[in-house]
Design a protein around this ligand. Structure first.
Ligand code: ARG
Length: 623
């Protein structure tokens, strides 16, 4: 099924048609698997010989012990029928190159076919929803920079699926249940903090205090003993240990009461959640992420399902007892998966198993994508394998489920160490974003000061809005433009630059195309039925780049690699730049050429804006 759609998509891209035809021919002539053949189609070095060159005959002939030129001719003959729709009769040259020249109208017809709202993106025929586990902030703690990645990558992937017509269920697996939050709750109640006036900073402080209060300084005690620190110091530490045990005990009691549904505690707990979520929502809005409270499916959501999940494993005989605890064992690893502690408590993994069941069995998701820190790789491997063992990898209507972890690396400071503030604390997401917005805004304002700038007449508010889009766009683009698992250095100077593979560069390319229409006083909508002709090499290159958009989006959806979209946009912006340098647009020598080039500009502008939107990045019309 997905095979046919893939070929339909690519039928619009002549390069893909050529590749398919040559692959099929080589498979037939040499009796090979078509999928294993690289047709080596490259842009021609010299336009005199055509538009492309296919170089597959040389390596294949070597393998098969044939003469490359003979094989090239056989391939051309075998592919003749398939190629006829796209290229003039091919020529074999040199040691066995196949020179290909596009038929005059092929590119124009292909560009015409994507010049609509879809821009060449084919709908995904699968009807089942896709669940995406993203964000996953922990309640009562500041949203950490690590959660930035989960949120924006998860939202980016979600937008790509949605663009292809899939239903996406965003699942914010909040850390809102368990001992840490009970410790904070206990701490706040003991300190008599007014929970109706709670601020995030109160939560932060309570979290630190609770951690401190609960931490027995046993190392300190040993050291004090060993170093004969004196009776006072030892007594102090002993007291601290006793009170730590007490604090932990009190927190545990709070947790038990919370889990039993004590109404007063539950109401107070809700206030902590509300306070955290207010801050998180503010940030999601600044980040231009499509996620709100309706997407919250925190750990607490699963609290009444945990016992049942564990029962299911017991019933199916998949789990076993281990010193009072319950574990799932795997043949290929020593590490068992703990699903119930010996004191009867449930774990992070139990909650994740409940979440897999909910997403696949209740929501019917056939793909569940976890955008979570690479350090949780083993956790997900175990959870997924356990879920497969019990059969939650098939939806109730029999559709197989793909459970995937999309791991991402750490964010490093320019010193290549995990990002810290000068005072050595973890950097909060909000402080990073604020800095990005400031930097973006000052750059936009600096440029607007130039009387020639298209933004020169804009109000401070308008410039602020553009600055925000640039700053946030810079951060998001930098986060998604590399291989996700690699750690990356958070280098604000680099990511905010208007040059290079950056968000602002792509945004700026878009704004510059817009300004052509402004300068020319042209309404792009009026071009709709205008002529399209690609004769100059730079026009052809731009058309071919535009035609790759649909396949790129399809690849991002299948590989879950947003950096492919970034690279595509960067390449498109560069190809456009070359076109703009080589082909006058407003001053084109003929009216039909001018119209055709304006259409190419307009389509480029729309593809860039659409691509940026899929990355969750705004494209300001002027910059
Ligand atoms: N709250 C977790 C953390 O901060 C992330 C949750 C990831 N999602 C999940 N289904 N486990 O580490």
């Amino acid at each position: 099924m997905s095979q046919t759609t893939a070929s339909q998509v690519r039928a619009e891209d002549p390069v893909a048609s050529i590749e398919r035809a040559l692959r099929r021919a080589a498979a037939e002539v040499l009796n090979l698997e078509a999928g294993s053949i690289d047709p080596h189609v490259r842009p021609a070095q010299n336009p005199q010989f055509g538009d492309f060159q296919a170089n597959l005959a040389m390596p294949l002939a070597k393998q098969a012990g044939l003469k490359p030129r003979d094989l090239a001719q056989q391939l051309v003959d075998a592919a003749a029928d398939d190629l006829a729709a796209v290229v003039e009769p091919p020529e074999v040259a040199g040691p066995g190159f196949i020179n290909l020249r596009l038929k005059p109208d092929v590119l124009a017809a292909a560009v015409e076919s994507i010049d609509n709202n879809r821009l060449g993106i084919e709908p995904d025929p699968q009807a089942s929803p896709i669940a995406i586990d993203l964000c996953g902030v922990n309640v009562a703690k500041q949203m950490h920079v690590g959660h930035l990645r989960s949120t924006i990558i998860g939202d980016g992937l979600a937008r790509v699926f949605e663009r292809r017509g899939r239903t996406v269920l965003r699942q914010n697996h909040l850390g809102d249940w368990g001992l840490p939050i009970a410790m904070v709750l206990h701490q706040l109640r003991a300190a008599g903090v007014d929970l109706d006036r709670l601020e995030l900073t109160d939560l932060d402080r309570a979290y630190r205090d609770a951690q401190l209060a609960g931490k027995a300084d046993s190392k300190g005690l040993e050291a004090a003993d060993r170093l004969h620190a004196g009776p006072h110091r030892v007594a102090e530490l002993e007291a601290q240990n006793a009170s730590a045990a007490e604090a932990m005990e009190a927190a545990r009691m709070t947790l038990v009461k919370l889990q039993q549904g004590d109404p007063e505690l539950v109401a107070d707990w809700q206030k902590l959640i509300d306070c955290t979520m207010r801050a998180v929502e503010e940030m999601l809005e600044l980040l231009n992420v499509h996620m709100t409270a309706e997407h919250n499916r925190g750990e607490s959501f699963y609290r009444d399902r945990l016992a049942d999940v564990v029962d299911a494993f017991v019933r199916e005989g998949i789990s076993e007892e281990d010193e009072g605890a319950l574990v799932v064992r795997f043949d290929d690893r020593d590490r068992p998966l703990l699903i119930r502690k010996s004191d009867g408590g449930f774990l992070y993994a139990t909650t994740d198993l409940a979440a897999v069941r909910y997403r696949t069995q209740e929501l019917g998701a056939s793909r569940v994508i976890y955008v979570v820190d690479a350090r949780q790789r083993d956790h997900f491997r175990d959870v997924f394998d356990a879920a497969r063992r019990i059969g939650w990898d098939v939806t109730p209507d029999g559709t197989p489920v793909e459970l995937v972890h999309v791991p991402f690396g750490a964010v490093l400071g320019t010193d290549k160490r995990p990002l810290k503030t000068r005072s050595g604390e973890n950097v909060t997401l909000m402080s990073l974003l604020n800095e990005a917005v400031e930097r973006g805004t000052s750059e936009v304002k600096r440029r607007a000061a130039d009387p020639e700038a298209p933004t020169h007449d804009m109000t401070a508010d308008e410039l602020d809005a553009i600055g925000r889009a640039v700053g946030i766009g810079a951060v998001k683009y930098a986060d998604m433009s590399n291989d996700l698992v690699r750690d990356y250095v958070f280098d604000m100077d680099r990511m905010i630059a208007f040059e290079g593979n950056t968000g602002p560069y792509i945004q700026y390319a878009h704004a510059r195309i817009n300004s052509i229409f402004q300068r020319g006083g042209i309404d792009p909508a009026a071009l709709a039925d205008g002529p399209l002709m690609m004769t100059e090499p730079a026009e052809k290159q731009l058309a071919l780049a535009l035609l790759r958009y649909g396949a790129t989006i399809e690849q991002v959806a299948s590989t879950l690699e947003p950096h492919r979209l970034c690279s595509y946009l960067y390449e498109l912006a560069n190809t456009y730049s070359a076109f703009y340098q080589q082909c006058p647009v407003l001053k084109a020598e003929r009216e039909d050429v001018r119209m055709s080039r304006l259409r190419l500009c307009d389509l480029t502008r729309r593809v860039i804006a659409d691509g940026l939107d899929l990355l969750g990045i705004d494209a300001p019309p002027r910059m």
